[in-house]
Design a protein around this ligand. Structure first.
Ligand code: SAM
Ligand code: DTB
Ligand code: SF4
Length: 364
């Protein structure tokens, strides 16, 4: 498959709807052309700031307005992050991804502390990724200069369905951050979630959204919704594994060179289901017994699965020396923080917010 092909929505839809066995076969073929099918890139998530987020993402247990049973934490000390990364490296992770429940990065003490974390991690000979919410080009450049390799910022779903899940920011705000990241020379990690009540058309719409970026993301996480009690999507049914396999396979075919990560939701999948995802082109996972706030299979289970399937974790990518190419021609400008806020009310988010308020009152 030509990796620079221009896709239409209909073509992608036809791929998604192929007989499943044909789809898996085609995706596996594309996968083998560009990747070693026996290697899986392993990333460790570290939640460096947990909960209390001002946004209203309908899937997220970390939104302050919902009442979820998570342990909130302020920004983690640098030493604690480095110790967690060291432990993850010892069990096969080649990349650390630090997540913060922020709407956007704000210049100041906390961001300076994140910069120290990035410096520390990149000097440990690990790839480093951050997901901190919206960033300006200058903030992305500071992260790159500190040694960051990837920035994760998901578009999550189609532009149309985005409005039904999040009201406190718009789809275009996400795109703007992704373009800021791209200009900074960082590599882009962006994907989405399936199982939020979206249609197949929305799933394809999400891939079209990624195709519209100035360059394809180097890394594409496909999350299966983990429905968390207290969030607006708490009653959403677990997405069938067959849909996950279709989404992974379609993503692999449309983005032949990208890393496709089988991300959240693996606790809901059998080992056989995950094996089909690897066959269909998934080339990365999150390791450890916790994602950001929800459970994940854990190292022992994953190593057992790798051993059954004959897979091994990839080493740190060789062309990474801990230093990234920095564009020197950038003017230092302070960008304003006026992100668009579509005036849109999402009924189920409002209900979950009200429920959260009542629960908190009752606990006082
Ligand atoms: N606050 C930052 C942001 O929104 O970009 C970074 C952290 S946020 C938790 C990162 C991503 O996790 C979201 O974009 C979403 O794709 C994924 N996510 C959050 N909650 C999830 C859930 N319950 N199930 C599946 N994926 C989830
Ligand atoms: C991504 O696409 N998935 C990860 C990572 N990027 C940051 C996060 C999954 C979070 C699942 C819910 C939780 O554990 O809080
Ligand atoms: Fe906040 Fe990110 Fe969760 Fe949205 S997904 S509520 S921005 S932590």
């Amino acid at each position: 498959m030509d990796s620079d092909k221009t896709w239409t929505k209909e073509e992608i839809l036809n791929i998604y709807n192929k007989p499943l066995m044909e789809l898996i076969y085609d995706a596996a073929e594309v996968h083998r052309l560009h990747h070693d099918p026996l290697k899986i890139q392993v990333s460790k998530l570290i939640s460096i700031k947990t909960g209390g987020c001002p946004e209203d993402c309908g899937y997220c247990p970390q939104a302050a307005r919902y009442h979820t049973n998570i342990e909130k934490n302020n920004l983690m000390p640098v030493e604690e992050v480095l110790a967690k990364a060291e432990a993850a490296k010892a069990t096969g992770s080649s990349r650390v991804c630090m997540g913060a429940a922020w709407r956007n990065v704000q210049d100041g003490e906390d961001f300076d502390q994140v910069i120290e974390m990035v410096k520390g991690l990149s000097s440990m000979n690990m790839e480093v990724c951050c997901t901190l919410g919206m960033v300006t080009e200058n903030q992305a450049t500071r992260l790159a200069e500190a040694g960051l390799h990837y920035y994760n910022h998901n578009i999550d779903t189609s532009e149309e369905y985005y409005k039904e899940v999040i009201s406190t920011r718009g789809f275009n705000d996400r795109i703007k951050t992704l373009e800021n990241v791209r200009k900074s020379s960082l590599k882009v990690c962006s994907g989405g979630i399936i199982g939020m009540g979206e249609t197949v058309d929305d799933r394809i719409g999400m891939l079209m959204g990624l195709l519209k970026l100035s360059e394809a993301p180097e890394s594409i996480p496909i999350n299966a919704l983990v429905p968390v009690e207290g969030t607006p999507l708490e009653e959403q049914e677990i997405v069938p594994i067959w849909d996950v396999v279709r989404m992974i396979a379609t993503t692999r075919i449309v983005f032949p060179k990208s890393t496709v990560r089988l991300s959240a939701g693996r606790m809901q999948m059998s080992k056989e289901g995950q094996a089909l995802c690897f066959m269909a082109g998934a080339s990365s996972i999150f390791a450890g017994d916790k994602l950001l706030t929800t459970p994940n299979p854990g190292d022992n289970e994953d190593m057992e699965l790798f051993s059954i399937l004959g897979l091994t974790p990839t080493e740190k990518i060789k062309d990474y020396t801990g230093k990234v190419k920095i564009r020197k021609d950038q003017p230092v400008v302070v960008e304003d923080g006026n992100w668009s806020r579509p005036n849109h009310i999402i009924e189920r988010n409002v209900k979950a917010t009200e429920k959260g308020k009542t629960k908190r009152k009752a606990l006082k």
